[in-house]
Ligand binder design. Sequence first.
Ligand code: 5AD
Ligand code: SF4
Length: 381
Amino acid sequence: MINKEMKKKKVFLRTFGCQMNIRDSEVVVGLLRKSGYKICADADAAGAVIINTCSVRQHAEERVWSLAGSFKTDKIIGVIGCMAQNYKEGILERAPNVNFVVGPADIAKIPGILAKLAKDKGIFARKIYETDGIARPEEIYHTGFYADKNHGFVVISEGCSNFCSYCVVPYVRGALHHRHYQDVINEIKMAIDKGITSITLLGQNVNAYKDGNTGFTKLMELVNSIPGLKTFTFLTSHPKDTSIDLFKAIAGLDKLKKDLHLPVQSGSDRILKLMNRSYTKKFYLDLVDNYRKIVKGATLTTDIIVGFPQESENDFKDTLDLVKAVRFNAAYIFKYSPRPQTQAFKMADTVEKKEKEKRHKLILELQKEISGVKNVRIKNE
Ligand code: 5AD
Ligand code: SF4
């Protein structure tokens, strides 16, 4: 039986994962509000619970399995996002109290699904799953809802076609495709009308943006010239699509924050090859040199995976050396997590848990020391 709160149309939404998921949750909130739903911060007070999920590492998935099982069955429970795409109807088998499963390309259907489920009065409530969508309708980005009143995330591209061997994203979010630049610009103008002054352009690999003749540099120039916008930035970049021309553009755009997040993943050429990253340690170090020469006062952050299959002591030392050489402002360090579907999953997960933990700790401590010194320097600059 669906409880009274659903009649009051109260929804609790919990988000796991990256900025793309945070933006997707905003989109869902925007769509729900348009359909008369209220978002509430207390799950107990809600008639429906939606969990927006992440599949990048196993740990994130485990948290969702236990959360999904913790809600009372009188609520409508939905699992959306990357895990929904990853497990499809398998979610309904493993978590029997879940009522609906919606993949990232189908989120526009959520208000309609809630309405259908709320009509089901019996205890044998229907189960719904939607994971066949290919492209999202453009309208979903125009609800005008942003969680922060000053800052907005704006998606420029969805999916990824890079197939880094450890990464589940191309399988759960599909092939890379780009929004039309006019739509992106219109969304930003509309957000500015609502009081937003700062924007983050989002994509798994923003540097590969292309809409006809409009590439990423051109898009940034267009964004930079929007009246009322004070600052903007972008996430995430791939070294293989980053170039001196991009750095020159970054240097020349007055509203663009001089912060680059450039995931390196490993400092070992052998491991980078196994990861299918298509660059070498030297290529990365040269990029960093050029970036810092061209973009004065710039900050640099990165992602690193430790314990990738076959990562030897020497490979790990190469990563430590790279971290020492580059001196990132901050680094996000992850222990390798095998993901079914991916190419790396076929390789034996050779680095033991204890060893992964040791490497994770060593690199974290090194980076902490560097970040501490750097942050003091930045404050004094
Ligand atoms: N195991 C550990 N870390 C991963 N990442 C992506 N896939 C995995 C995985 N299977 C990390 C990468 C990426 C960040 C978002 O998550 O470092 O840049
Ligand atoms: Fe995953 Fe690589 Fe695409 Fe990033 S670029 S989302 S790590 S496949």
